[in-house]
Design a protein around this ligand. Structure first.
Ligand SMILES: [Zn+2]
Length: 321
């Protein structure tokens, strides 16, 4: 068979068989840094992931493109992938960036401004941030990287103001995107972040992005260590409203779970995950999930995940104030 025809056939085969399922935003931290295995992505692993996107018909698009589509209420193509990097570690500049450039993959770099301004050893300099900017977009990751849920309104306001002023001074632009430090937030923190007029806000909850996603609460999936990329790409967006718990429960004991789903959601069985406790069976009745638990939260950051139809996911994060 002529080579070109073979290629076309292969492409068509992937098109038919690839299980595309909503867009996905991934988050990286460090690159090729074996001092921190839990937050670092090995360079051969990064290439393996990038090759996977390439050979399986995924299109790596800038965050701005996804946000523009969400703003217009357009359909989000199932094969879109957005790549983000938190913390602006030097290992991104030195080891990760050349590979992004080689593949021509755009990215959004969420800058931790205090670390860069103070010249902390592990972090990029402003010169490096500006160099990286030529190949991607910049976002804001807070000034002092605090556990935001436990900070006062005044502290948070000042942290945003300081960091955003520095970004403008050192890079000449005000970032349009924000990512919570440690992925930690609640309704109050989100309100304050939103008041700074970002185009989009990223969390770090497992989930996918569809046209129904809020651009002020975009799920991002961490890609560190040896990630099972194919499984992560199968995740689909589940529209769900968490009526309970709304936030970290009093006395730290989770008792009530009440989730409202879209009215057309049929009665079915699903799964509910809680950090430290794992998965349990739950029932959807009348487009709602209600259950009573008695679970002391052992972690200062716990996640509840509702999963329906194998791979439709919605996550609620609970952070101790
Ligand atoms: Zn961070």
């Amino acid at each position: 068979m002529p080579r070109l025809a073979a290629r076309w056939l292969l492409a068509a085969w992937f098109f038919v068989t690839a299980a595309f399922a909503d867009a996905h935003i991934f988050v990286y931290h460090r690159f090729g840094d074996n001092r921190h295995p839990s937050t670092s992505t090995a360079l051969d692993e990064l290439r393996r992931e990038f090759d996977y996107f390439k050979t399986h018909g995924y299109q790596v698009v800038p965050l701005s493109r996804l946000v523009a589509a969400l703003k217009k209420g357009e359909n989000i193509p199932d094969n879109w992938v957005v790549l983000t990097i938190d913390d602006s570690y030097r290992s991104f500049y030195e080891k990760g960036l050349p590979i992004f450039v080689e593949y021509g993959y755009p990215f959004t770099l969420f800058v931790y401004t205090k670390a860069t301004e103070a010249g902390y050893g592990d972090f990029m300099s402003w010169k490096q941030v500006n160099e990286a900017k030529k190949h991607g977009e910049l976002g804001f990751h807070s000034h002092s990287h605090p556990h935001m849920v436990s900070k006062s309104d005044a502290f948070l306001q000042e942290d945003f103001q300081k960091g955003l002023a520095l970004m403008r001074k050192r890079t000449g632009e005000r970032p349009r995107y924000f990512a919570y430090p440690y992925g930690e937030y609640d309704a109050r923190v989100r309100r304050i972040a939103e008041s700074f007029g970002f185009d989009a806000i990223c969390n770090q909850n497992v989930g996918a992005v569809s046209r129904e996603s809020s651009r002020f609460d975009l799920d991002r999936i961490a890609l560190t260590g040896r990630a099972t990329l194919a499984d992560k790409l199968r995740i689909r967006y589940l529209s769900a409203r968490w009526l309970a718990p709304e936030k970290w429960p009093e006395k730290g004991v989770l008792t009530d779970v009440h989730i409202r789903l879209k009215p057309e959601t049929k009665d079915q069985k699903g799964w509910l995950y809680l950090t430290d406790y794992g998965w349990q069976r739950v029932s959807v009745k009348g487009a709602q999930v209600r259950c009573r638990l008695d679970k002391p939260l052992r972690n200062r950051r716990s996640r509840l995940i509702l999963k329906l139809q194998k791979d439709k996911i919605n996550t609620k994060i609970l952070v101790k104030p």
